[in-house]
Design a protein around this ligand. Structure first.
Ligand SMILES: C[S@@+](CC[C@H](N)C(=O)[O-])C[C@H]1O[C@@H](n2cnc3c(N)ncnc32)[C@H](O)[C@@H]1O
Length: 301
């Protein structure tokens, strides 16, 4: 293809071209143009990064996300859209952190959802809160390792005197734990060898303090689990296993320890929401629901 040179275009014209390419489904080219704009349009950082993120993970709802962005045109410079989350007139701290932006972009391909910054920010916050709390870190439900890899690199976890224990069947949600309506996602996203233990183990090979464990929750927890826990990322996409994990691990959570529930407020995960809300209510406790779809709990003294 002929080499294109854009030196005579104004920044505004480049924005228009990039937006047109994105609308036309030319995601690779749109991503490249937003990548170039990222360095020259300081005042429109959110516009550029949000659209670059959408271009990086196209899926069937991409046109809808672009419609939402168009509807928020009056809030240019602050509008943020991801799957199930739109914000405007809000500070987007992650976009002003070059390390965060670079790492989120580098690992975006590990998750089939565009723009996961708000969710990653929650986990990064929780992990930092838990840095000096006694105990190790746990993730239940790893998939390709997206959240933990991003967070571990972002906080420099390799140098922390803690171990991060990662558990997954690496075969999707067990059939007997499936909540209603999850069969299609289970087969489509996690089935058919979409990911493997070996792939994820190799992804974390650079961290001497991250253990990848193949097994089914809760049973595997009786074979290998930390005695004290400072941070737990709960992301099994089913109520049965998550409640069983709470039964098994909650007493090991140190005072000041944090649990982030990845699915607590997603409509598709209503069974998890109801079961976990009831589990905490029975103990006089409450999970904080977040518009990201997550829930957060911090254990008191
Ligand atoms: C939403 S994905 C996890 C996403 C991951 N936390 C990330 O950041 O990309 C849910 C994972 O939970 C795993 N899973 C579901 N039920 C499980 C169980 N009972 N035991 C172990 N893994 C399970 C699935 O195999 C799937 O990989």
């Amino acid at each position: 293809m002929t080499r294109l040179v854009f030196e005579d275009l104004t920044v505004e014209q480049m924005h228009g071209m990039a937006d047109g390419l994105l609308r036309a489904g030319q995601y690779d080219l749109a991503q490249k143009m937003y990548g170039a704009l990222q360095t020259v349009t300081e005042g429109r950082r959110a516009d550029v990064l949000v659209r670059k993120g959408i271009a990086a993970s196209p899926h069937k709802r991409t046109p809808m996300l672009l419609d939402v962005l168009d509807a928020l045109e009056a809030f240019r410079g602050t509008a943020y859209v991801s799957n199930g989350l739109a914000t405007w007139n809000k500070i987007l701290p992650f976009f002003y952190d070059p390390e965060f932006v670079a790492l989120a972009a580098r690992h975006a391909g590990l998750l089939p959802i565009p723009n996961w910054h708000w969710n990653l920010q929650t986990v990064a916050w929780a992990v930092r809160q838990a840095e000096h709390v006694p105990g190790d870190f746990v993730e239940l439900g790893v998939f390709r390792g997206h959240t933990t890899l991003f967070t571990a690199e972002y906080v420099g976890f390799g140098a922390w005197p803690k171990t991060w224990w990662l558990y997954d069947t690496f075969e999707g949600i067990p059939q007997d734990q499936l909540d209603a309506g999850w069969d299609k996602v289970n087969q489509g996203t996690y089935g058919g060898g979409a990911f493997s233990f070996e792939e994820v183990r190799d992804r974390f090979a650079g961290f001497g303090n991250i253990r990848v464990i193949k097994g089914r929750v809760p049973e595997i927890l009786t074979e290998a689990a930390p005695e004290r826990i400072a941070f737990l990322h709960m992301d099994l996409n089913n109520a049965t296993a998550e409640v069983a994990a709470l039964d098994a691990l909650f007493d090991r959570l140190s005072p000041g320890g944090v649990i982030v529930f990845d699915d607590y407020c997603w409509m598709a995960s209503r069974a998890q929401h109801e079961a976990e809300k009831a589990w905490f209510a029975a103990r006089g406790l409450e999970i904080l629901p977040l518009p990201t779809g997550q829930g957060v709990f911090v254990k008191g003294a």
